[in-house]
Design a protein around this ligand. Sequence first.
Ligand code: FES
Length: 377
Amino acid sequence: MTSPAAPRGHAVFHDLKVADVRRLTDDAVAVTFAVPPELRTAYGFRAGQHLALRIPTGTDGGASDRRTYSICSPEDPEPAELTVGVREVAGGACSPYVNRRLAPGETLPVLTPAGRFGLRGAAVPGGRYGAVVGGSGVTPVLSLAATLLGRDPAARFCLVRSDRSADSAMFLEEVADLKDRYPDRLQVVQVLSREEQQAGLPAGRLDAERLTELLPALLPVAEVEGWFLCGPLGLIQQAERGLRALGVPRRQIHEEIFHVDDAPAPPPPASPIALRAWAVPPAVPEHSTLTATLAGRSGSWPLRPGEKLLDAVLRARPDAPYACRGGVCGTCRAFLVRGEVRMDRSYALEPDELAAGYVLACQSHPVTEQVELDFDG
Ligand code: FES
């Protein structure tokens, strides 16, 4: 797979028509949007990326909120359709609407694709790839597996998926179809966490210890070019620990976290440049000014005490990109051109992005009197 340089520039919302809503499990659907010809280039995406949707949250039709959902279709530079997987979160503000009320023919504002999950660079011809996913984490990995296997007749992919139960597993049919298409090159192992072992399926929790036993039995771990971890924070931490114990370098591990409860912030990264973005501990200036460039236009605004950079930008530029506001999705990623910031937490940036000077605007507080962000960079 030639993974193009990450599409940058300003992500924008367009209204897209819902072409199909297909039930996957009792609590999950696949939603397909039709992309009109004039917008297909704008919605070109890399395998592993996601879409932010603006979803009605009130009964009067006025209130809305944003959520990101991963694309499950294979990579496409000019897609005619885009399909995302949406699992209902009990008590959630948005996913119940998508699961129970959204219908074909309706339109939703959809942000152009974003996200950095996936291969960072060109695929190695004939390369082996591995993935450990939990629950709805299978969604972007389905796109990655289909893309890698479809583009390179010698590529191999091993998917280890952890699901609560067989009934709750999303995209079972699609994974089975992929397995039928590439029987010798796709390996699939499903672990059920809340079900007794059945029909030879392993059961129980997938933790670091289990993975260090399971993975070497499935494939030569040292020959794997890239690992994709996707799902809840706990599973990703366990999988990363297991892979590191097996000697896998961190740069070969790609992560996308789907759920973070109120877990403590991850430790500061080791890079001295990245430390600019973390508590060192910083003194907070009394007055700070933020300059931001977005879609080629720049502006400067004073920051209010305690205000995060994204909130300051949104006061003047409501088109600024964001979705989760929790440091998870990476939609608000921006290049720190000048000054220093402290981030409350970051689950979305890889170490090389932090080292290069990227920050999450939704988590950043100023540490210097002047801070400059470039959302187009
Ligand atoms: S909006 Fe999701 S990480 Fe900032």
